[in-house]
Ligand binder design. Structure first.
Ligand SMILES: [Zn+2]
Length: 312
């Protein structure tokens, strides 16, 4: 074979391979072969998203004109039936006048959208009498319990005790902001003054959960960016600490790890307004459909039912 023949045959051979190759995708398979050449399976992601009932147990409303409509729009598109909203008290010192105003914003929203929103109130135990009065006012207005309690007072501070006892009487889920605050090598982080010194940390949750074993505590946003492995390992032996899965960070394996350490009953689906991340991380966990449904909806709803506030 001379060189010219080789090139000609080689080119024809290559063309023939391309025409018959199942990898090209452009040539239709000959009749009768379609069944044996399986196309990549199609996957309808939104069908998967919408098949689970969902309560988002940690979301917020804002002072802007588009709130809560923007939050409701996300919820509608992701099949979130209810969002537990609050306006967290990100002001100091957090006077009664301030927390009443914040709660008024939430009350207005839940009255406008009673089918989609569940309200959580905020308070400040420094003002103990006013906080107890506020629990009554907000409960009468239809709120289901505390929203994300904030950094004015640590959750295990004695100023909180009468308030926590009241919330236990009312069979409410006690939800508080918290930060892991562990840095490199497991050392506590030192701050430059940006962080409030009374922010609750995981150890504060353990302390209060031991003091009130009958209390139901919701540790906020394990997806916030802190050391969720540390949090989940620490909470392992305290069955009355639940974690909400919210946060804007999307670490792989977080949900799997949390289920491994806490069990499938102690996680609540939540977004903290990072809606796609919130839904996606539960959806993509290596769990059964039943386990996902428990996290998305049942775990939290079962606790709401204990207080007569369940979702049908
Ligand atoms: Zn928070």
């Amino acid at each position: 074979m001379n060189r010219r023949n080789f090139v000609t045959r080689g080119a024809a051979g290559m063309a023939g391979m391309l025409l018959s190759s199942p990898l090209t995708g452009s040539a239709a398979p000959p009749p009768g072969e379609a069944a044996t050449r399986s196309a990549p399976p199609s996957f309808d992601l939104m069908k998967e998203v919408m098949k689970y009932r969902k309560i988002d147990v940690h979301a917020h409303i804002y002072w802007t004109d588009d709130s809560p409509e923007t939050q409701l729009d996300y919820g509608r598109r992701l099949g979130i039936e209810k969002q537990v909203i609050s306006r967290y008290l990100d002001v100091m010192p957090g006077t009664p006048e301030q927390f009443r105003k914040f709660n008024d914003l939430t009350i207005k929203a839940i009255k406008k959208y009673p089918g989609q929103l569940l309200g959580g109130f905020v308070l400040n135990p420094v003002y103990q009498k006013e906080s107890l009065e506020e629990i009554k006012r907000c409960t009468d207005a239809g709120m289901i319990g505390p929203g994300e309690l904030y950094y004015q007072v640590k959750i295990n501070d004695p100023k909180y005790f009468p308030i926590i006892e009241k919330l236990i009487d009312l069979k409410m889920i006690i939800h508080s902001h918290a930060e892991c605050q562990l840095g490199v090598g497991g050392y506590r982080m030192k701050y430059n003054g940006y962080k409030q010194p009374n922010t609750s940390i995981p150890e504060d949750f353990v302390d209060i959960a031991r003091r009130y074993p009958e209390g139901i505590f919701q540790y906020a946003h394990i997806g916030m960016g802190g050391d969720w492995e540390y949090e989940c390992k620490l909470f392992r032996e305290y069955p009355n600490i639940y974690v909400d899965t919210s946060g804007s960070n999307n670490a792989e394996n977080m949900i799997d790890f949390a289920v491994e350490h806490l069990g499938e009953d102690r996680l609540f689906f939540a977004s903290d307004n990072s809606y796609y991340q919130g839904v996606g991380r539960v959806l993509s966990a290596n769990l059964t459909d039943r386990q996902k449904q428990k996290i998305f909806f049942d775990n939290y709803n079962n606790l709401l039912k204990k207080g007569g506030r369940g979702v049908d």
